[in-house]
Design a protein around this ligand. Structure first.
Ligand code: SF4
Length: 358
């Protein structure tokens, strides 16, 4: 008997609806969410492959010894963490979150940090800083005359790219700025401008081409200064700006927590004795030397990856399909979802874990 449940795609911040298909209690596939207003019955390959996140998971609280995970139990792991927390003061704790947690989980993590007096709580924002500017909506793409795309939107965010395609059919001009040549977006653009490392002087090349009928869509910036350049570019020309992120709730995280760049994350880790990492894989932006041996690492994630092997203790938490809550997509729309995958395990969710640690 097939069971189909609606959820929100966890593979980027566009916020498409996705159906999870289960059979006899096991997840067997995905199916596009036909009536969802964002993706209108389509999901990209990244979205359809989201169920791979259910494979290869850590299923039990674990202690890591010499790079090997040893299955343990909640009582033992909680005691180890509490002993570590009791031995430090608030300034020696850092908490790295991510846009993979729901808004409700982020609120609970923040509450936990506040209760401990910990001020070093934030997430790696892939060079996007916290920003105050109002973001463009997806409907703005349909009405745009010029679209400046930074990064490979067609490849990374196909259901947003679909709106660009429709806008181009209505006569819009697509300019792509990227450091990668021959990306899918560049091959479909009317004009491609390559930059090397930073946007810098390439901004001048597009200045005269934007006006109040333009939209800048960026899924990649090289540093926080580059984002400031885009903000100025939009402000000076009356164009709208739409930053797009790789995690489903990074906009929600932006609204609540500090967005750090790599240097900030490194400094924060260097100043800490206990590091709690919630649903993040720091190896996507740090090297092993940046993090290994610097602090006692509490890894709240069920991803069985290289970062798990250098953690000290692991609490799996719940995978995305086992959660209910809300994600805020990149246009600022908060969407709620229920549990979509009935996976049999006794794992505590992130909120329950933090309740216990608090
Ligand atoms: S565009 Fe993003 S949110 Fe939509 S299906 Fe693809 S990965 Fe998922």
């Amino acid at each position: 008997m097939l069971d189909i449940k609606h959820t929100i795609c966890p593979s980027c911040s566009v916020g498409c609806g996705l159906n999870i298909v289960s059979k006899d209690g096991a997840v067997v596939g995905t199916y596009p969410y036909k009536r969802h207003p964002i993706n209108e019955g389509k999901n990209c390959l990244n979205g359809r492959n989201s169920i791979l996140q259910f494979d290869n998971q850590i299923e039990n609280p674990s202690i890591v010894k010499n790079g090997e995970l040893e299955e343990s139990d909640y009582e033992t792991v909680f005691k180890l963490i509490k002993d570590q927390l009791a031995s430090i003061d608030a300034s020696e704790l850092a908490i790295i979150c991510s846009g993979n947690s729901t808004n409700e989980e982020l609120d609970r993590i923040k509450e936990f940090a506040d209760g401990f007096g910990c001020e070093k709580i934030g997430f790696y924002g892939y060079n996007f800083p916290n920003f105050a500017v109002d973001v463009a909506s997806y409907d703005d793409i349909a009405g745009a005359k010029t679209i400046l795309a930074i990064g490979d939107i067609y490849r990374e965010n196909p259901l947003l790219a679909r709106r660009i395609v429709l806008s181009k059919e209505n006569g819009a001009c697509l300019i792509n700025l990227d450091d990668v040549e021959k990306s899918i977006t560049s091959l479909n653009a009317d004009e491609f401008i390559q930059f090397d490392g930073h946007l810098g002087d390439k901004i001048d090349a597009v200045k005269g081409k934007l006006d109040e009928n333009s939209i800048i869509i960026a899924n990649k910036v090289c540093c926080k200064d580059d984002f400031a350049l885009l903000e100025s570019l939009a402000g000076e020309n009356g164009a709208k700006l739409l930053p797009v992120f790789n995690a489903p709730n990074m906009k929600g995280a932006m609204n609540k927590l500090d967005s750090w760049d790599v240097e900030e994350v490194k400094n924060i880790i260097g100043d800490s004795k206990v590091l709690i990492v919630v649903k993040d894989n720091p190896f996507e932006y740090l090297s092993k030397d940046d993090i290994k041996g610097k602090a006692f690492i509490v890894n709240i994630s069920n991803e069985d990856n290289a970062f798990a092997k250098i953690s000290d203790v692991i609490l799996p938490g719940k995978s995305w399909g086992e959660k209910a809550g809300t994600f805020t997509n990149c246009e600022g729309l908060e969407q709620s979802f229920d549990i979509s995958a009935e996976i049999e395990n006794d794992n505590l969710g992130e909120v329950e874990i933090l309740d216990e640690l608090a």
